[in-house]
Structures are given as structure tokens and as C-alpha cells.
Design a protein around this ligand. Structure first.
Ligand SMILES: NC(=O)c1ccc[n+]([C@@H]2O[C@H](COP(=O)([O-])OP(=O)(O)OC[C@H]3O[C@@H](n4cnc5c(N)ncnc54)[C@H](OP(=O)(O)O)[C@@H]3O)[C@@H](O)[C@H]2O)c1
Length: 331
């Protein structure tokens, strides 16, 4: 399953609206004979790629898959049929498919006499490579991670508007890794006016990654003609609205499943107030400014009992910064 997870991580950002799945096929003796991951939409699914690599060695063997194999005919035939045709005897699955149309894979495999085990490294998969897609499958809207870099006193820029080097080099490199794996990077028009960000995913050497997420700028007003987001480094969508629901509906129609919301404070506040932030990723730098814009503007809270409550799922040192990942407490 570790191998299947690694394979799925490698295709994140290229499969939406399909899930980035990883699959491994072992022969009868337990040797790895095939590894696969989801192809871009319309191409073969992970199981089919892994089975093709394994060939006849799959017969009597075991398949290990991060997501329940599909039992329905979408753009490609059901993966369950491919597993049965290859003579797979045992299947290990991390998480089941919440989509009622695609689910039923486990039942169909068991009915055909295949031994099925569900739940192996389920939390790793559900909180990692399949997090955004599982959210999308359950809610019908993209998963939104709000990422920002802040000082210890919660500021995202200095009083003169400068914000460029709040987080350290290691944090910035990590952000590009996140950017490379999402479908869209979103910012408010105010951030474009203040910082003129490029909003592209860069490689470690500073050059643009070969695949770029969609850049999304939200705001009613025009963008300055020479703004970096209007260059040809990546496609850009300017949505002239202030309604987070409209933004997510528009992104859903474009097959976007995983969104990185990179501020600024007012757009993030609107998404938080609308209940449309699914994860907070804060890079907290050991600096104090004492003045300047705060990470979040009006989020509809006027008293402490009305605070938006989150659970910290991870806190890790990144260079000299601390990265905090937190998810909303639901219910
Ligand atoms: N350190 C960091 O991580 C980080 C990241 C981003 C930004 N920043 C800093 O944040 C500051 C900019 O703050 P900002 O608040 O102007 O940025 P913002 O939230 O990016 O932009 C505000 C603009 O977004 C549009 N918008 C869309 N939906 C909205 C809604 N529901 N409510 C309000 N506005 C909405 C509006 O544009 P229209 O008026 O055109 O409708 C509004 O003027 C800069 O100093 C920048 O450096 C820091």
C-alpha cells in the first residue's frame, strides 16, 4: 500500500475530476509485478495500468489499491472486470468509494470469490492523496485549502504593504510542491493589486513546472494590464463575483477538485464565513511586525463563542517556520 500511495502521489493534479489512485499487483509469491496510477481523464485507471505491467504474472496474485475498484462503466470499462479477467485472487483496498454510481466493487469481487480486505492505511490515504477527491465525491464541490504565511502576531504583510519574505525558503519551496499537486490556485483581486503574484507552480530550480494549475482571481474590478497573472505561464480565470458558492460552482464545472486559496484576508474571510474552507495551512514565521494586515478579515464573527473552531491535525517545523494544518470541527 505504501507503494500504491507513492504512485498515486505522483499523479496528483493530473487526474481531476477523477481520483488520483495508486495500484500494485503482486504475483502468487508476493513479488511486485506491476505498479500503476490513474491516467489523465479518459485514460486507463490505476488497476488497469498495474495489471498491464504484470501481464500473466497477475494470475492467482494480489492487487493492492488505494480506492475501491469501480464496478461501473464510465469513460472506461469497470476495473473490477479487469481484475477478475486477470485472475486476481485477493484485493486489499484502503478506502471505499462514497460515490453510489461507482461503488459496489467490493461486493462484486466477493461475489466472484475474490478475498477482499478493506481499511489498510485508510487514514493515510483519506487524509493524503484522496482527501480532496473524497470531499468532492461527498459534497459535489471542490476541496479548498486556505494557505497563508503569517508572523507570530498574525500579520500577512507589513504596514507598507510588503509581504514577500514572511516565510522562509524551506516553506516557500514546500508551497510550490503543494501548488504542483492542485488543480487551481486562487487569490482575491486585492492580492493581485498589492503583490502582483505569478501564482505558478515552480520546480526546485525556480523554473515553471511543466504542468500548471489553473490560476483563479476573484473580484468585480479589472486586473491591471501588465499583471503577472495575465501572462502566458498558465491559464487564468478572472471571476467577476464576490460569492464563494458561485466561484466553486464555476470551478466544479471546469473539473476542478482541489483548490489552494492563497488569500488574501478578505477573500479568505468570505470563504470561511460561507463554510467553504476545508483545511487551513498556516506557515507561521518567527517574526513580529506589530502593524500591517492580519491573515483574515471579516469572517462573520463578533464574539468569541462564535469563533470558527478547528482541530490541528499536524504541526511541523519547516526550516525556521512552523507549518500548522487544521481542519474544521464539524457538527
Ligand atoms: N502573507 C500571505 O500569505 C498573503 C497572501 C495573500 C495576500 N496577502 C496580503 O494581503 C493584502 C491584500 O489584502 P486584501 O484583503 O485586499 O486581499 P484579497 O482578499 O486578495 O482581495 C480583496 C478583493 O477580493 C475581491 N473579493 C472577492 N470576493 C470577495 C468577498 N466576498 N468579500 C470581499 N472581497 C472580495 C474584492 O475585489 P473587487 O473589489 O474587485 O470586487 C476585494 O477587493 C496584501 O497586503 C497582501 O500582501 C498576504
Amino acid at each position: 500500500m505504501e507503494l500504491a500511495i507513492a504512485a498515486s502521489e505522483g499523479v496528483r493534479g493530473t487526474t481531476s475530476p477523477n481520483p488520483p489512485v495508486g495500484a500494485v499487483v503482486l504475483d502468487r509469491d508476493g513479488l511486485v509485478v506491476g505498479v500503476g496510477a490513474t491516467s489523465p481523464p479518459g485514460g486507463p485507471h490505476a488497476e488497469v495500468v498495474a495489471l498491464a505491467a504484470a501481464g500473466e504474472r497477475a494470475r492467482g496474485g494480489t492487487a493492492v489499491v488505494t480506492l475501491e475498484p469501480c464496478a461501473h462503466h464510465g469513460r472506461t470499462p469497470p476495473c473490477v472486470d479487469a481484475l477478475l479477467a486477470a485472475g486476481i485472487a485477493e484485493v486489499h483496498i484502503a478506502v471505499t468509494d462514497p460515490n453510489p454510481v461507482a461503488a459496489g466493487g467490493v461486493a462484486k469481487l466477493e461475489a466472484a470469490g475474490v478475498r477482499v480486505r478493506v481499511g489498510l492505511l485508510a487514514q493515510r490515504v483519506a487524509g493524503g492523496p484522496l482527501r480532496a477527491w473524497l470531499h468532492y465525491a461527498r459534497t459535489g464541490r471542490p476541496h479548498v485549502t486556505w494557505k497563508y504565511a503569517t508572523t507570530l502576531d498574525g500579520r500577512v504583510a507589513a504596514a507598507d504593504g510588503t509581504s514577500r519574505w514572511i516565510s522562509g525558503e524551506a516553506s516557500r519551496a514546500e508551497v510550490h510542491e503543494f501548488r504542483r499537486k492542485v488543480d487551481a490556485i486562487m487569490a482575491g483581486r486585492g492580492t493581485v493589486l498589492a503583490d502582483d503574484p505569478r501564482l505558478t507552480a515552480r520546480l526546485d530550480d525556480g523554473t515553471d513546472a511543466p504542468r500548471q494549475p489553473l490560476r483563479v482571481v476573484v473580484g468585480m474590478g479589472d486586473l491591471p494590464a501588465g499583471a503577472h497573472v495575465l501572462d502566458d505561464a498558465a491559464p487564468t480565470l478572472h471571476l467577476r463575483t464576490r460569492d464563494p458558492a458561485v466561484v466553486l460552482t464555476e470551478l466544479t464545472s471546469r473539473g476542478v477538485v482541489d483548490v489552494l486559496l492563497e488569500g488574501g484576508p478578505r477573500l479568505a474571510g468570505a470563504f470561511l464565513a460561507a463554510g467553504m474552507i476545508d483545511r487551513v495551512l498556516a506557515y507561521v514565521a518567527p517574526q513580529l511586525l506589530g502593524a500591517g494586515p492580519l491573515a483574515l478579515a471579516d469572517a462573520g464573527v463578533s464574539t468569541v463563542t462564535a469563533a470558527h473552531q478547528f482541530t490541528v491535525e499536524e504541526a511541523t517545523m519547516v526550516g525556521s517556520d512552523v507549518r500548522i494544518s487544521a481542519v474544521p470541527m464539524r457538527g
